[in-house]
Design a protein around this ligand. Structure first.
Ligand code: CS2
Length: 477
């Protein structure tokens, strides 16, 4: 079977929506780090619209570690399929990538980042890709940061590349690119700015001050449920399209991108493409991370303990679905500060409804990755706020305990834990007292939380209940 390409567009089935612009005419105006499924399903759908009216905003996809997606994009003229799997399915070809840069192509990356026609850089490298410590600041003990600190000319980390790209701009007296972080972290733009400034300060104090003063790092909230593209999905798409597409992605119809307003002269028309630009992104960010992602991680760890495979199965389980609903409404939404223009209880209902989409096979095991990086933003921030308000955290302790029980099962079975802290987590979770040992990991739990008896005792008792198979008792909360 041949692969998707510009030449193949004409022969695709009529029901497939073709790009609204000439894919051959787009030029690079954006450099993106981390062209994983979420990027290909979310950001590029917006830029594909921008490109319908303005060919300057093509995206160069950069993958520093793995070549797979970049090779597929190169082989397919930057084209791939976006399958909307929802109550009303649809298939659309995205033509937003003007270039692709893989491992070992650092010289090309450096040239691109220095080019003033590139006005934006964006990133989806997941939480761990930013090399941050537990307090959200740059981790100077991270091996990639140790490397980049000593060798500014040949960075290994995304942070190193951003700073070196900005350094080249400054040296050429050119305007910087704006840097848009699109990962699920609270205050994502601010955290990335602080990390870049911290590394720059090790290289050149003048550069650090210039980055702090001149470069925009707007915060953003990004949302669209995007299950991984597994071989079964790729085979199904090949059957539908009549050509192979190794970069195809699938997602629900719902998509949202809320971005803090920032200055960019003559930039892309993001608002026209459906991006919400606002001065108050933090409220949205927090609501999304705590309600949607918090519930996702809870469903993942508890659902896996009950033998479920997908989010749909987990929310369809009456005991777990009921528990998740109470957690979302009575614990999480209830504790959020009011957000202008957002009814948080209604938002929680809408999110729950998205989880009940039978067309989406979103694996709990995928969501369960990288718990050490996700739990702090998704669940522990809510726990901290509730404790400060003198409120009960018994229900919130259940998903935290479910994570510890999940680590315990994996460690005992000798199964891989996908997490940058895998080794430490496996050691702690398989010790004589898994709850105490995991709660003692300061990379995840700040002392203030772990040492608060209300939280510690609730987690400890719930871990015991999980290990004894008394889940039903916990889910009745
Ligand atoms: C999920 C997210 O994998 C995960 O951890 O919670 O990828 C989630 O699907 C997205 O943030 C939805 O926008």
């Amino acid at each position: 079977m041949t692969s998707l390409s510009r030449a193949a567009l004409a022969s695709l089935p009529a029901a497939v929506t073709r790009p609204g612009h000439d894919p051959a005419a787009i030029r690079t105006g954006v450099v993106h780090f981390g062209p994983g499924a979420f990027h290909r399903a979310h950001q590029t759908a917006y830029f594909d619209r921008v490109l319908d009216g303005d060919p300057r905003w093509g995206i160069a996809a950069v993958s520093l570690r793995s070549a797979g997606t970049v090779d597929a994009l190169k082989a397919q003229d930057g084209l791939y399929t976006l399958a909307i799997i929802d109550r009303e399915p649809a298939t659309r070809i995205i033509a937003a990538h003007s270039d692709a840069i893989g491992p070992g192509e650092g010289t090309r990356l450096r040239t691109l980042l220095a080019d003033p026609t590139v006005k934006l850089a964006t990133s989806t490298v997941t939480e761990k890709g930013y090399c941050l410590a537990a307090d959200g600041s740059l981790d100077f003990n991270h091996p990639d940061i140790v490397h980049d600190r000593a060798r500014p000319g040949e960075p290994a980390s995304v942070i190193g590349w951003i700073v070196s790209g900005l350094a080249d701009r400054r040296a050429a007296r050119a305007a910087p690119f704006a840097m848009l972080c699109c990962d699920n972290m609270t205050g994502n733009g601010g955290k990335l700015r602080a990390a870049c400034v911290a590394l720059a300060r090790e290289w050149d104090a003048g550069l650090a001050d210039w980055i702090a003063g001149e470069v925009a790092f707007p915060d953003s909230m990004v949302d669209s449920i995007t299950p991984a593209s597994d071989p079964a999905f790729l085979a199904k798409m090949a059957g539908e399209l009549g050509v192979e597409d190794q970069a195809a992605v699938q997602r629900e119809r719902f998509t949202q991108w809320v971005l803090q307003r920032f200055d960019l002269a003559d930039g892309p028309d993001l608002a026209g493409a459906g991006v919400t630009l606002t001065n108050d992104v933090q409220g949205y960010e927090q609501a999304k991370l705590r309600i949607l992602n918090g519930a996702h991680s809870s469903l993942a760890y508890i659902g896996l303990a009950l033998g479920h495979e997908t989010v749909f199965e987990a929310v369809s389980d009456p005991a777990l679905g009921g528990f998740a609903g109470r957690l979302m409404h009575e614990d999480i939404a209830q504790s959020l500060k009011p957000v202008e223009g957002l009814d948080v209880q209604g938002y929680a209902d809408a999110v729950f409804d998205r989880f009940r989409n039978p067309a989406i096979r979103h694996l709990l095991s995928q969501i369960a990755w990288d718990g050490s990086q996700k739990l702090p933003y998704r669940l522990l921030d809510t726990v901290r706020d509730k404790l400060a308000a003198g409120e009960d955290v018994a229900r919130l302790a259940v998903p935290v305990a479910a994570w510890i029980a999940f680590l315990n099962r994996k460690a005992k079975a000798g199964e891989t834990i996908t997490d940058p802290l895998a080794e430490v987590l496996a050691g702690a979770a398989s010790s004589g007292d898994p709850a105490a040992a995991v709660l003692a990991l300061r990379q995840v739990f700040p002392a203030q939380l772990a040492e608060d008896a209300r939280f510690r005792d609730a987690v400890t008792a719930a871990v015991t209940a999980f290990l004894d198979g008394r889940e039903a008792e916990l889910l009745a909360r």
